[in-house]
Design a protein around this ligand. Structure first.
Ligand SMILES: *Cc1c(COP(=O)(O)O)cnc(C)c1O
Length: 433
């Protein structure tokens, strides 16, 4: 499989090269040259297949022969070592729980897959790769955990000081080994801008191999298409007209869902559920794409003012606005509405959601209101205890901490304070010496 840059000014390249580079030399995002639908029989018998088998069949065309089948199966096996259960609320709404991995956010799957691909590509290579990643909350923890002790890879995580939850901060600042956390005085977009600047800094890139583990990296992004297949597998016999409501920030997850749809998965429609960071909601309303500085909300992993993957979504819809609007709706909700949803989900369904899932639930409600015969699955993208203050404050109940969280909570935070790009650059150059 070859990948091209969406800026169309860089040569097409291999899966390996796209994973190692993260971003194309022309600063464009990589995109697969083709997406070949899976045979009908794949979907007809999907409920009889294991998750690993589904994943292997769905992913292999994107990897091609660059990782031999036996190794790819092993990578997938290790990546998917936990469950992805559906919880049905009623005839119209279900949730897909994507928080059963080691850091209890959906980003675990992408991070683990990417780490293992890099490890495979790096095994005969003496040059170190430095993964540079900006996080609005959950990416950092998932990448830290996924890459911990992976040979030949150093990880540098930039996160906005004071703008991630305590547990999120612990998850990304306490592992040590090959993982370093830079605590940035600023917002997520500042972190993301600094990462982008590093990738195009020739002085840096001539001295070290930098790559990204944000959803701009195809190995982080593409495996997320599996969630939609695992959901369909569980609900196929019960519901037609399946719609997904995806709490969205950088739009990587929802975009991967659209790749699953291109592969033939019968998804009727997508809903991008947003917090107050509503560039896409506004775009679908006005046709005017207007990136903004992000604002802070209680669903902080979606505090993104300029979603990097939106350009891939447009490519998937042939850059046709009407095509896109047919397949995608988007709604934006305030923090008060999100708190209201947390409370409603708890009192009506006795289910404890997290603030991101609650935004997804609100999007699902909007859709059901207009389309009562559809079944909407909203994605629960993080475990509620990752946002303990918010959740316990709303439902007035103590939530029990799962094992994964208990193990980090008493560990000591170690971070490097960082103010601007020049600090980051100095840090990287010193580390490399
Ligand atoms: C990252 C994240 C999101 C947003 O996902 P995107 O792929 O960036 O749109 C939503 N919820 C949680 C909990 C996350 O960690």
């Amino acid at each position: 499989m070859k990948y091209y840059s969406l800026n169309k000014e860089a040569p097409n390249t291999t899966f390996e090269d796209a994973v190692v580079r993260g971003l194309a030399p022309d600063k464009g995002l990589y995109f697969p040259e083709s997406i070949t639908p899976l045979p009908d029989s794949f979907f007809e018998t999907i409920e009889q297949k294991s998750n690993v088998k589904i994943a292997f069949e769905a992913i292999k065309q994107f990897v091609g022969d660059e990782i031999p089948e036996k190794e790819l199966k092993q990578i997938i096996n290790q990546t998917l070592s936990f469950d992805f259960p559906i919880v049905e609320f009623n005839e119209q709404i279900s949730t897909l729980e994507l928080f059963h991995g080691p850091t209890m956010a959906f980003k675990d799957v992408g991070a683990r897959f990417m780490a293992r691909c890099l490890e495979y590509f790096n095994k005969n290579n003496s040059r170190k790769v430095t993964v540079l990643v900006a996080t609005s909350g959950d990416t950092g923890g998932a990448v830290a955990s996924g890459f911990l002790n992976v040979k030949g890879v150093d990880v540098v995580i930039l996160y906005p000081s004071g703008k991630v939850s305590d547990i999120q901060e612990k998850q990304l600042t306490t592992l040590g080994q090959n993982i370093t956390a830079l605590e940035v005085h600023g917002v997520f977009d500042d972190c993301q801008d600094m990462v982008k600047q590093a990738f195009v800094d020739e002085e840096l890139t001539s001295k070290m191999q930098l790559t990204s583990a944000n959803s701009i990296n195809i190995a982080r992004w593409l495996p997320q298409l599996l969630y939609f297949m695992f959901a369909y597998k569980q609900l196929k016999s019960k519901h037609k007209n399946v719609v997904f409501s995806v709490p969205s920030g950088n739009f990587g997850n929802i975009c991967a869902g659209m790749v699953a749809q291109k592969l033939g998965l019968p998804i009727k429609h997508f809903i991008a559920s947003n917090n107050a960071n509503n560039v896409v909601t506004n775009y679908l309303k006005t046709k005017d794409y207007n990136p903004k500085v992000s604002v802070q909300t209680i669903s902080n992993a979606m505090d993104v003012g300029n979603p990097s993957n939106f350009i891939r979504i447009e490519e998937l819809h042939n850059n046709d606005f009407d095509d896109l609007r047919e397949n995608l709706s988007s709604y934006s909700f305030t923090d008060d509405e999100t708190r209201g949803a947390l409370s409603e989900i708890y009192s009506t369904y006795n289910y404890i959601a997290d603030p991101h899932g609650a935004v997804g639930y609100l999007g699902a409600q909007k859709h059901i209101h207009k389309n009562p015969n559809d079944h909407v699955i909203f994605l629960e993208t993080a475990h509620p205890t990752k946002f303990l203050d918010v959740v316990e404050g709303v439902i007035n109940t103590e939530v029990e901490l799962p094992e994964q969280i208990k193990t980090v909570i008493d560990k000591k935070k170690i971070s490097v304070k960082t103010s601007n790009y020049s600090d980051l650059k100095t840090f990287l150059l010193d580390k490399n010496n």
